[in-house]
Design a protein around this ligand. Structure first.
Ligand SMILES: C[S@@+](CC[C@H](N)C(=O)[O-])C[C@H]1O[C@@H](n2cnc3c(N)ncnc32)[C@H](O)[C@@H]1O
Length: 245
């Protein structure tokens, strides 16, 4: 998968089409967490967060602007290069903690290292074994009382609803999607393996967290965009998972 993501970022750079905006779900839930937990803005400046699969770094830059120390890992060197470039461009390089090239399945950090761990659209592309490891690693590196905010595919997503009967699932909720048409498009079919989570499975995956609260968001894509992806209608259904260790 490392090669696939490098190639994807190369394409995104060539087309100037990589994500430069922080993910709304992460911004919203992190903001709620900070407001509920910290009265004094000075306390926020002591916090260390990690983003797993940080991509071009839009979420990390948002954290840096809030005063939180951002740390990131990604399996793609191309993504990490882009992330560094954005920190330089925004003159926030001095705020950046660690930026490491590794997999979500084996994080090079001590246990209880971070006040928060963020993840968006990463764990959903891991196979069953790696997915379990990635969640275990998340809980391991969180400090007791720390927050995990994740954003991942739900089984109510159109892609799962339309394909679940015709494609054999490699484990419950996982489809390996293929489409010649989808080549070079940044969508689920071009990535291949996608896991669509059920609400109940987070309890097992986030073993060690005292509070686990998945909230579903749905967004109906404009018809033109649905058609571009080869669908008549396309409902993007995602879980926003909020958990406290
Ligand atoms: C869909 S992008 C999301 C990027 C970013 N989280 C965002 O919200 O803009 C998925 C990211 O996960 C990274 N990734 C994929 N598999 C990974 C793995 N096993 N370990 C770490 N990062 C991974 C990819 O390189 C890519 O940057």
């Amino acid at each position: 998968m490392e090669e696939w993501w490098d190639e994807s970022f190369k394409e995104q750079i060539d087309q100037n089409a990589y994500n430069t905006a922080p993910v709304e779900a992460l911004v919203r839930f992190t903001s709620h967490f900070l407001r509920a937990r910290y009265e004094n803005p000075e306390q926020i400046k002591q916090l260390k967060f990690l983003e797993i699969g940080c991509g071009a770094g839009a979420n990390l830059i948002w954290l840096a602007e809030k005063g939180i120390q951002p740390n990131g890992i990604d399996i793609s060197q191309k993504a990490l290069g882009l992330c560094k470039y954005h920190f330089q461009k925004n003159q926030l390089e001095h705020r950046l903690g660690d930026l490491k090239h590794c997999s979500a399945t084996s994080l090079p950090f001590e246990k209880d290292s971070f006040d928060g761990v963020l993840e968006s659209c990463v764990f959903q592309h891991l196979n069953e074994i790696d997915r379990k490891k990635a969640f275990q690693e998340t809980v391991r590196v969180l400090k007791p009382g720390g927050v995990f905010i994740g954003h991942m595919l739900s089984q109510n997503h159109t892609t799962y609803q339309l394909n679940k009967g015709s494609i054999k699932e490699t484990d419950p909720g996982t489809l390996v999607l293929k489409s010649e048409e989808a080549k070079n498009k940044i969508n689920l079919e071009s990535i291949g393996l996608s896991h669509f989570f059920s609400k109940d499975e987070y309890t097992g995956l986030l073993d060690g967290c005292s509070l686990i609260d998945p909230c579903e968001t749905t967004y109906e894509l404009p018809l033109e965009e649905a058609a571009r992806r080869g669908y008549k209608n396309y409902c993007q259904a995602m879980w926003i998972v909020y958990a406290i260790k």
